[in-house]
Design a protein around this ligand. Structure first.
Ligand code: HEC
Length: 281
């Protein structure tokens, strides 16, 4: 059987993705076969980015914040303040990631919003506020084109998956809502892209840059942790909080993200590229 053009394009995308995901400094675009630059609906690219981001956030929340807290590491809202020996809460790691990503890919936006946020910058506005009400009811992701912003937008519900989410948000001094309960939607991870279509090449580049931004955000915590005073300073190297009072260094963390995410991301990309009809242009 002859391979179809879609299969070939999928294969080209696969090779490109492998280059992007397994090379640590990916931003330079390699020469590419023409087939690899077909366009994909921006919704699909945003769904892929969200899956990658959710997996990194879960790894950080479980292995660094969850296990680290048991070993005596601290994670706080004011982790960047002088004299505070703490790391970023998961929502703040996401913000660090998003700031870095926006510098590299200005047409891409990442934002964790809510209708009852702890900080007012996280309040949904405009079209997003309206669509979030639907996300809250259906508990399903929502994709729409925000005409005012000219952006394809994707909202993924963020639910109170652990009692710690509920307790911390209910007890926060600035909380506008004190009756959060387990499993309740607390907000939505919101992605936006300035356009309706993305070339497969751009999609792959964005996935690689998201991963790099998240790893760099983690590394910014390490830079502070290296300077924690005396007993508050964990050993930074190849070990994880699971093993004791340790933090994985940048490379160890990066490799764990890579090992955890690459296979599923590759599969999704492969399916996405294969399911596309011929070049729409
Ligand atoms: C120890 C406290 C703490 C825990 C635990 C915590 N959060 Fe938060 N969360 C915060 C803080 C502080 C912010 C505001 C961060 C910022 O400045 O953007 C925040 C922000 C958020 C936001 C953005 C809207 C807002 O409130 O500003 C969402 C949504 C959210 N958290 C959901 C969760 C979920 C879901 C969990 C559990 C999986 C969780 N949080 C666990 C403290 C916490």
């Amino acid at each position: 059987m002859r391979p179809s053009t879609t299969t070939l394009a999928g294969a080209a995308g696969f090779v490109l993705l492998a280059i992007y995901l397994f090379v640590s400094a990916p931003p330079e675009l390699p020469d590419r076969p023409a087939d690899a630059s077909r366009s994909i609906p921006a919704e699909k690219a945003l769904a892929l980015l969200d899956a990658e981001n959710a997996a990194i956030r879960a790894l950080y929340a479980r292995e660094i914040v969850g296990e680290g807290t048991k070993r005596g590491l601290d994670f706080r809202e004011d982790w960047k303040k002088d004299g505070v020996a703490a790391g970023p809460l998961p929502a703040l790691l996401l913000r660090e990631t998003s700031n870095r990503l926006q510098m590299d890919v200005p047409e891409l936006g990442l934002f964790l919003g809510s209708d009852y946020p702890l900080v007012k910058e996280n309040l949904f506005k405009g079209e997003q506020a309206r669509h979030y009400q639907e996300v809250k009811k259906t508990l399903r992701p929502k994709f729409f084109f925000d005409a005012a912003q000219g952006r394809t937008t994707a909202m993924f519900p963020d639910r109170a998956s652990a009692q710690s989410c509920v307790t911390c948000h209910n007890e926060h001094p600035h909380t506008p809502k004190k009756d959060w309960v387990l499993d309740e939607p607390m907000g939505a991870t919101t992605w936006s892209y300035a356009g309706r279509q993305v070339s497969s090449e751009t999609m792959l580049r964005m996935v690689a840059l998201l991963r790099k931004s998240a790893v760099d955000a983690y590394a910014s915590y390490l830079q502070r942790a290296e300077r924690f005073e005396g007993g508050a300073r964990p050993d930074i190297g190849a070990k994880w909080p699971r093993d004791g009072f340790y933090l994985p260094d940048r490379e160890t963390f990066r490799r764990a993200v890579e090992a955890q995410n690459s296979a599923s991301t590759l599969n999704t990309v492969f399916e996405t590229l294969q399911s596309q009809p011929g070049d729409p242009r």
